[in-house]
Design a binder for this molecule. Sequence first.
Ligand SMILES: Nc1nc2c(ncn2[C@@H]2O[C@H](COP(=O)(O)OP(=O)(O)O)[C@@H](O)[C@H]2O)c(=O)[nH]1
Ligand SMILES: [Mg+2]
Length: 244
Amino acid sequence: MSSSQPSVSIVVPVRNEADNIAPLIEEITAALDGRWAYEIIYVNDGSTDTTGERLAAIMKQRGNLRQLRHAKSTGQSAAVRSGVRAARGAIVATLDGDGQNNPAFLPDLIAAVEKGVRVGLAAGQRVGRKDTGFKKLQSRIANGVRSSILNDGTRDTGCGLKAFRRDVFLLLPYFDGLHRFLPALMRREGYEIAYVDVIDRPRRSGVSNYGFFDRLWIGIMDLAGVWWLIRRKKPTPEVTEVTL
Ligand SMILES: Nc1nc2c(ncn2[C@@H]2O[C@H](COP(=O)(O)OP(=O)(O)O)[C@@H](O)[C@H]2O)c(=O)[nH]1
Ligand SMILES: [Mg+2]
């Protein structure tokens, strides 16, 4: 469905995901056609494979597919942010571009934000993880440490499937790694979080962009930073304009 003013924008950050582009766009389209006026924004973060060409070929057939390109790879958080800034929908949904996230869960996530007046974010929670045993263990420890320190009430923040209010996302302090702390940061702004269980899949093709040490060291730094941000927050004021 092509539309001049979409109400929902789907943002997909990708780096070197050429073979995963076409099948995922098919699935996103199957999940959303006829339900919302939507656009799909792929953010091509300095890919060195044929990701850009594959997207351009499909853009010729699909008027609602957009591609943003970073001249140099700047990371997944920066890619999500570029996509959200360019988005024209009031609700943005994200998913990974490697096929691990099933687009069939997008409608539930979008509906949870649309229906809940105070819901800023609907977060996918992976069940039946399809990663290796070592990665599942890393993820379990990271999620456990994060949720006990931040007390953000969230079992899994690493799932790429999320939907949120565009204007609230853009209020959040930006840093590389932000996409893993959205529940805590949304709550800090006074918004509630909705959860949707999602069934994880294996990567369709290609290789993971992250290694063990990236996640460990950066995870510790980011956790310290977000802990500080939350400590330094006062209750969100209720603002009313006084008119004569
Ligand atoms: N734009 C951008 N996307 C990235 C980068 N690293 C990972 N991604 C995307 O983020 C998603 C998750 O990354 P992936 O490598 O599958 O991580 P894993 O599933 O945690 O092993 C995929 O869609 C990747 O294409 C990056 O540096 N830039
Ligand atoms: Mg992946």
